[in-house]
Write a protein that binds this ligand. Structure first.
Ligand SMILES: *Cc1c(COP(=O)(O)O)cnc(C)c1O
Length: 374
């Protein structure tokens, strides 16, 4: 490797030494004749429609009409969905221990990766500590997954309607977004023909969000198998956004997509935000499912390198992670889901009564979607 030593002498003479040879660049020219500081192309290509609305929103209700509050994707806003006391206690203990004030490895503490791996590992999709990358929220998990799979000029397949972050991240990275349709008349299943028709030589990955934000849909096992068949035929890896994993109502079952495939390589993204109701704590993860060794070291090393740009999630929350995962009582998850279910029923009933609206009854997550009219 070439080594460079740049010597600044304070008299604006700069000398660059390359491997011991001195190149004199002489006087440094001034950069520009006057100030002109402009925001970068990347910043201009970055637009998050949800943050743009939520961060600047002023709600002024019409005094003449009753308001139906439809809430938004932050479960903490209205105070009716607190996290569990064990979760709070775990963070207090981590803080008080004094053991979590330093830098952690960029992919997270080994012991925390182990805890997450053991929690999600199952015979159909075994995971070890090295298959887990801890991130700053599920958002960073998605960002890293996209960054490691796609180059500028490539494209990704994204659900419509879908979570807006995929497009926000992709466009700022110069990655093209191709939207595949979801079918409201089939409880928002993927239009598989449309999906497959979008694949081309530049397709870097397929994003599958299940359970869905904003549809509140939960895919059946057989539908997930059909999605996997498309990915397998076209040799397209899957980025699974499973942040609402396990948040499904009693009548249906959540299947992690990686448990249904032995060959499609899958990066599954999740985190504490929704299920444990602490989105502000910014704890997420990527689970690398790669039983045929298709990602191999290439993608794993890439993820590690990318994680080193900004060092992972907050260490205090990492210190609390084991207790959060092991000590949160089952009633907590159960109570959250019954609350969400009764709320979903209320919203569904209220919206169904409004003429012109056609809501689809959700099966999980925290959302309810209306069929778009003409
Ligand atoms: C909330 C959400 C995320 C982001 O989760 P964070 O951990 O808060 O970054 C990702 N995907 C979907 C579908 C979400 O609703």
């Amino acid at each position: 490797m070439d080594s460079y030593l740049i010597q600044m002498n304070g008299n604006s003479d700069v000398h660059v030494h390359r491997n011991g040879n001195s190149l004199s660049l002489g006087k440094v020219k001034s950069r520009k004749p006057r100030w002109a500081v402009r925001a970068s192309e990347m910043s201009k290509k970055t637009f998050n429609p949800i943050r743009a609305i939520v961060d600047t929103m002023k709600v002024e209700p019409n005094p003449n009409k009753p308001m139906i509050s439809l809430s938004l994707g932050d479960p903490t806003v209205f105070g009716n969905l607190p996290t569990d006391d064990e979760v709070i206690q775990a963070v207090k203990e981590a803080l008080d221990s004094g053991n979590y004030n330093g830098y952690a490895p960029s992919v997270g503490y080994q012991s925390c990766r182990q805890v997450v791996a053991a929690y999600y590992s199952c015979p159909e999709a075994p995971l070890e500590a090295q298959d887990v990358i801890l991130t700053s929220g599920c958002s960073q998990a998605i960002e890293l997954a996209l960054a490691v799979l796609a180059n500028p000029g490539q494209n990704i397949l994204v659900p419509r309607p879908g979570f807006s972050l995929y497009k926000t991240l992709a466009l700022s990275m110069g990655i093209e977004v191709k939207f595949y349709n979801l079918l409201p008349e089939k409880s928002w299943e993927i239009d598989l023909k449309h999906l497959e028709s979008l694949v081309d030589a530049k397709t870097a990955c397929l994003i599958v969000n299940n359970p869905s934000n904003p549809c509140g849909s939960v895919f059946s096992k057989s539908h997930l198998q059909k999605i996997l068949a498309v990915a397998s035929r076209q040799c397209v890896p899957i980025l699974a956004d499973e942040i609402y994993g396990d948040m499904v109502f009693a009548e249906c079952k959540y299947e992690p997509i990686a448990t249904l495939s032995t060959n499609v390589p899958i990066l599954s993204c999740g985190g504490l935000a929704k299920r444990w109701l602490v989105p502000g704590w910014r704890m997420g993860w990527i689970l690398v499912n790669d039983r045929r060794d298709i990602f191999g070291n290439e993608i794993r090393d890439g993820l590690v390198s990318l994680s080193q740009r900004i060092l992972g999630p907050c260490t205090i929350v990492q210190g609390a992670l084991e207790h959060i995962i092991h000590r949160t009582p089952p009633e907590f998850y159960h109570n959250t889901l019954s609350f969400l279910k009764s709320n979903a029923d209320l919203c569904y009933a209220a919206l169904s009564a409004v003429s012109g609206l056609q809501p689809v009854r959700p099966s999980g997550a925290m959302y309810l979607m209306n069929v778009q009219g003409d």
